[in-house]
Write a protein that binds this ligand. Structure first.
Ligand SMILES: C[S@@+](CC[C@H](N)C(=O)[O-])C[C@H]1O[C@@H](n2cnc3c(N)ncnc32)[C@H](O)[C@@H]1O
Length: 214
């Protein structure tokens, strides 16, 4: 059985007991370097995910015949995570998915806002195309960002497209000791250092932290 384990936003305190158990029971752990270091523990056979997705699949296929293999995903595996990729190579019957707390959930918890009414998207490793219209047409848009399309770059693009009346909460390093959560206007964010790899919550200007919205 292949177990796909969501490990939460980063800190061990957000790892669920079920995820801990799945990791402990696995004989082989496959994950990015940061997650392996943080969660794999001692004495396991490991494989590092980097720009080697074909090798990852071959390694899992080889080990899956005889061993319990766990693939670790940050946050929740189904939230812009590795689940979709794995489903292209393994059948759902071969797989168990252990959910994790997504960075989006923790961002909304920090801001004391709901996320059932948000449009959730990602520019992490993707195009920014489409985000401008989403922000124009929806009161609450949450997007994941990366090192190329940082919150600052996204803000610049929104300003250039003439978007007005919005503000942004940037949530970076959630659950870590250097966690950063701050409110920006589009203009101040556009001039900022960037805050790569964070969750961006883009709302109408009057929306308040913890404010009811329905
Ligand atoms: C490939 S996506 C994976 C998302 C993950 N599956 C989830 O549910 O959070 C990676 C992006 O998630 C966001 N992210 C993941 N962990 C984060 C954290 N601890 N703090 C802020 N953003 C985080 C960042 O936007 C990062 O670039």
């Amino acid at each position: 059985m292949l177990t796909v384990v969501g490990v939460g936003p980063g800190s061990e305190s957000y790892l669920t007991p079920l995820a801990r158990q799945a990791i402990d029971e696995a004989e082989v752990i496959v994950a990015g370097e940061r997650l392996l270091e943080a969660f794999a523990g001692e004495g396991k056979s490991t494989f590092v995910i980097k720009n080697n997705l074909e090798d990852v699949v071959n390694f899992i296929k080889k080990n899956l015949k005889e061993k319990k293999v766990a693939v670790l995903a940050s946050g929740d595996p189904g939230m812009y995570g590795i689940l979709n990729f794995l489903l292209r190579h393994f059948s759902p019957e071969q797989m168990e998915v252990i959910p994790g707390i997504s960075s989006v959930q923790l961002a909304c918890a920090r801001l004391r806002i709901s996320w059932h009414d948000a449009v959730i998207t990602s520019v992490h490793g993707r195009e920014i195309k489409g985000l401008v219209d989403l922000v124009r047409n929806h009161d609450k848009v949450i997007t994941l960002t990366d090192y190329r399309l940082t919150p600052a770059v996204v803000a610049q693009e929104l300003i250039a497209a003439g978007v007005v009346g919005k503000k942004v909460w940037v949530c970076q390093n959630l659950s870590y000791s250097n966690e950063f959560v701050r409110e920006f206007s589009l203009e101040s964010l556009a001039k900022s250092p960037g805050y790569p790899g964070s969750v961006m919550v883009i709302v109408n200007y009057e929306h308040k932290v913890g404010g009811p919205d329905e």
